[in-house]
Structures are given as structure tokens and as C-alpha cells.
Design a protein around this ligand. Structure first.
Ligand SMILES: [Ca+2]
Ligand SMILES: [Ca+2]
Ligand SMILES: [Ca+2]
Ligand SMILES: [Ca+2]
Length: 466
């Protein structure tokens, strides 16, 4: 992290000349092509079973009512196995298809994983459970697909689709507003209507069933969900006022939730929900598009009752965005300069951004030019992902490729002098950076220089090169 060239001002470096003597890499990050020939990849998810595999979500092959979504397995050697883990009949118009995948925290023993897809013929959202086969872990148990939630969809777009278990062990399900444009559904729009799951982040317990007579709903509502007991509310709702939270992430270290909500004609936004949240946030849609008043006089929330994004960018100049694609929080020693940052992209501009929470506020940086592919291109970004080691992947939807983002020549967070190895020189460099209040000492990138950074250094040093 010597000089952390991308983000440390030259004046800071100039104040610590001795620390800036090593050559600064012209190319901070590389995008290594790891898979190609895929059908609209949108997610890379690691099973928590020590296998070193990742599962890849292919949104669909085919179209309309003959479309099929696929889950593929990339083994620990980096080979995408030719046979699907499972193929699922889906509806494949517009934004529909197989959209989300996650693993039960106890997957290694209970073999349960979960998917989110558009139901063949109806386009309705299905959240379903699948069992991995008991003898061949690279295929699903035949006939195991079981719907645990069914949500009516009035249109083909804005299906959300991201699912992930929170640190509390509950399954979070991101639902779009039902589609069309500007959430035209009813007096409130679906985003503000607490009687529908649409336009909301849901939180459910997949180990219970509050609907014993209903085979399409096999989940329980946690007793501390924010709208439990509220007349007319769907008690599965955790937070609402969302438009199309297509891709989101829990920070693996802090448990904070990042929600990347796709905007309408003007703003793309990132919402940050601290791990301490009790839920119930109203993220504002359709009255608010980011911090922009979308419909004055709409029955939606006033500004004071709205949880606004921590970051937003525009469709016009200077960002020329159109649709945000979240996102993963980097907690990998293979990307020390992105430690703790939320990495996301714009689907149309192909820009890649890093967002970090600092002592002086949220800082977004355009890192597109810093990510150089070794083959192919990183474009039409439909999703991000990670493996069990936390290494970060990016999915290019149209070209059917997946790249792994790396930071060449750097041996983890503790390689302060960017020598590619770890030794006492790094300790010396850290001490010097601390004395100089230099950014190289800010290992967790929060704008502060304190014992947390030393803890990170020691842990990284003892862990060795990633
Ligand atoms: Ca049931
Ligand atoms: Ca919002
Ligand atoms: Ca070193
Ligand atoms: Ca720090």
C-alpha cells in the first residue's frame, strides 16, 4: 500500500518522501479472466463447505416461456464443470430469469441452498429451496426444488432477486416494485404499500413455516420484524420504499447491509443499513429517487421520514449512469487498497466504483481505469461475487465472462512497502507511516489511524501472503 497511489494526495506523499521511494504500480488492479462462454452470468456465490468451489448463476438461456436458468459449478481448480448443478424452468422476458442464489449457513451439514427466479408462464417471483445431492455435491438432488415463497408480479421488470443470509441467520430477500415505470401501482405505489412484499427488503426464517396449509409459503416471520402486529402489513417486510434493489451485500466483517437500488430516469443510489438496525427503514421510493424529489405531493414520506442513500450518481453529466449493479464489500487481503469498500458498477456506462465510509463521510471513487483485464472486457456488468476466501469476481452479462479482480505484486494488507513479501521492513514502514500520519497506516481505510489498524496489520502479517 505504499503511497496507496490511487487515493493518497501527492501532498501527503510529499510529506513522507522516504515512504514514497518505491515505484508505484501503473496498474493497481488486474481483472483475470476465470470463466467464459456463460449464459448471462449474474452472481458468483461460495458454498460454505470448505470445498473451494463457487456456484455461478446464469440468468437464462432461451426466452419467454421456454427459458431456462442454470447454476454452474466452478471447482477449486477453476474449471467450470460442463454439467449444470441444476437447471430451472423460468420465464425469460425483460429482466426475468434465475436471479439469485445463496447457501444456508449450515449448508455443509444440511445441504440446503436457496434460489430466486421468475416462474415459467406467470413471471411471478419464486423463492425456492434446493438440496444438494447427498453423494455428488456438484449436482442438486433430483426433485428437491421446493417453493418457500411466491410473490405475484404485475410486470416483467424490477424483480429484485438478490437473496442472502444476514449475520442473524435470517434470509433477506430483495423485491423490486413490480415494474413498469415510476411504480404506478395503486394510490401509494408498491414501494410505499406495506401490504405487498413488492418494493421491499424481506427478512424471514427458513427453518419455520407459519403457513402450514400453504405449500407455496414455507417460512416463518421473525418475532422482531418491524411490522409484526401492524394491521394490514406483510410481516415479512424488513425495510421498504425500494424500486429495484437488484444486487446488495452484507459486509462480511461488520454485518452492515449495502442496498444498491436502481433508479428511474435520474439517480442511482447506494443505501447503507448498519448492522445495529432494527429494520423499518423507508428508503423513499417512489416519492424520492435518491435525494431527488420524484413526485411532489405524493403520499410518500417527507424527507424527515425517509432514509436517504449514502451515495448517489446521476444519469446525466458527469457520471452518465443508467442502472446501478451492486456490489460486494471487499474483505480480502488480495485487494488491500479496497479493504472495507463497497465495489459496484453502472450497467450501461461500465464504470466501476469503490465507496468507502470514512471519518469525514462517504467517498466514492471511479476505479474503472484502474481495472485492466488480462483478456476480454469487463462490461455490461450484471453482478459481483466472492469466493470462500473473499476474493472478488465481476460478471459481464452480455459477453458471458467472469473476471477475478486482483492487485498484482502486493502481499496483503501488511505489505506496507509493496515489496511482495512480509518482513521487518513492513513494520518499519508502518511505524513511519504512523508517525507521519500517512495514509499507509490507515489499513482499514476509514480515515483514522488507531489500534484497529495495528490489529489488522498484525493479523495480516501473521496470516502471511494471501
Ligand atoms: Ca407452508
Ligand atoms: Ca431511495
Ligand atoms: Ca513487504
Ligand atoms: Ca484506520
Amino acid at each position: 500500500m505504499m503511497c496507496a497511489a490511487r487515493r493518497v494526495s501527492l501532498s501527503l506523499c510529499a510529506g513522507a518522501v522516504a515512504l514514497c521511494s518505491s515505484p508505484v504500480a501503473a496498474q493497481p488492479f488486474e481483472a483475470e479472466l476465470v470463466a467464459s462462454g456463460l449464459a448471462r452470468p449474474v452472481a458468483v456465490v461460495p458454498p460454505p463447505d470448505g470445498s473451494g468451489r463457487v456456484f455461478i448463476v446464469e440468468q437464462r438461456t432461451g426466452s419467454g416461456n421456454t427459458a431456462v436458468g442454470h447454476i454452474r459449478v466452478m471447482d477449486a481448480a477453476g474449471t467450470v464443470l460442463p454439467a449444470d448443478f441444476i437447471s430451472i424452468d423460468v420465464r425469460g422476458a425483460s429482466e426475468q430469469g434465475l436471479l439469485g442464489l445463496t447457501f444456508h449457513p449450515d449448508f455443509a451439514t444440511n445441504r440446503r441452498l436457496f434460489v430466486n427466479y421468475s416462474q415459467r408462464n406467470t413471471g411471478d417471483t419464486v423463492v425456492a429451496e434446493i438440496l444438494a445431492d447427498s453423494t455428488d455435491p456438484n449436482v442438486a438432488q433430483v426433485g428437491s426444488l421446493n417453493t418457500i415463497m411466491l410473490i405475484d408480479q404485475p410486470d416483467t421488470n424490477h424483480n429484485g432477486g438478490w437473496i442472502e443470509f444476514g449475520p442473524d441467520g435470517y434470509l433477506y430477500i430483495a423485491c423490486g416494485d413490480g415494474g413498469s415505470g415510476n411504480d404506478p401501482w395503486g394510490a401509494l405505489g408498491n414501494g410505499q404499500n406495506l401490504s405487498t412484499k413488492l418494493g421491499s427488503m424481506l427478512r424471514v426464517d427458513v427453518d419455520g413455516d407459519d403457513f402450514p396449509g400453504d405449500a407455496n409459503n414455507d417460512y416463518a416471520v421473525p418475532a422482531d420484524n418491524p411490522f409484526v402486529g401492524i394491521a394490514g402489513a406483510d410481516e415479512a417486510i424488513w425495510a421498504y420504499g425500494l424500486r429495484n434493489p437488484w444486487r446488495n451485500d452484507f459486509d462480511p466483517q461488520t454485518g452492515d447491509l449495502y442496498i444498491a437500488d436502481v433508479g428511474q430516469f435520474n439517480r442511482e443510489e447506494v443505501n447503507h443499513q448498519p448492522a445495529s438496525s432494527a429494520g423499518g427503514e423507508n428508503y423513499g421510493w417512489r416519492k424520492w429517487e435518491g435525494t431527488r424529489l420524484n413526485f411532489a405531493g405524493d403520499p410518500g414520506p417527507d424527507a424527515v421520514d425517509t432514509t436517504f442513500p449514502v451515495d448517489e450518481y446521476t444519469h446525466g453529466s458527469p457520471e452518465f449512469g443508467c442502472s446501478i449493479t451492486g456490489g460486494v464489500v471487499c474483505r480480502t487481503q488480495t485487494l488491500p487498497d479496497l479493504w472495507g469498500e463497497f465495489i459496484f458498477a453502472d450497467f450501461c456506462s461500465d464504470r466501476v466504483y469503490a465507496l468507502r465510509n470514512t471519518a469525514s463521510g462517504w467517498v466514492r471513487e471511479n476505479i474503472t481505469a484502474d481495472i485492466v483485464p488480462d483478456a476480454g472486457s469487463v462490461s455490461g456488468i450484471g453482478g459481483f461475487g466472492r469466493d470462500a476466501q473473499g476474493r472478488v469476481y465481476v460478471c459481464s452479462l452480455f459477453s458471458g465472462t467472469i473476471h477475478r479482480i486482483t492487485q498484482p505484486g502486493i502481499c496483503g494488507l501488511a505489505d506496507i512497502n509493496e515489496s511482495g513479501n512480509l518482513n521487518l521492513d513492513d513494520v518499519d514502514a508502518l511505524v513511519a507511516a504512523f508517525i507521519a500520519s500517512g495514509a499507509d497506516a490507515d489499513l482499514d481505510q476509514n480515515g483514522l489511524w488507531n489500534v484497529d489498524d495495528i490489529d489488522l496489520f498484525v493479523a495480516s502479517f501473521l496470516a502471511g501472503c494471501p
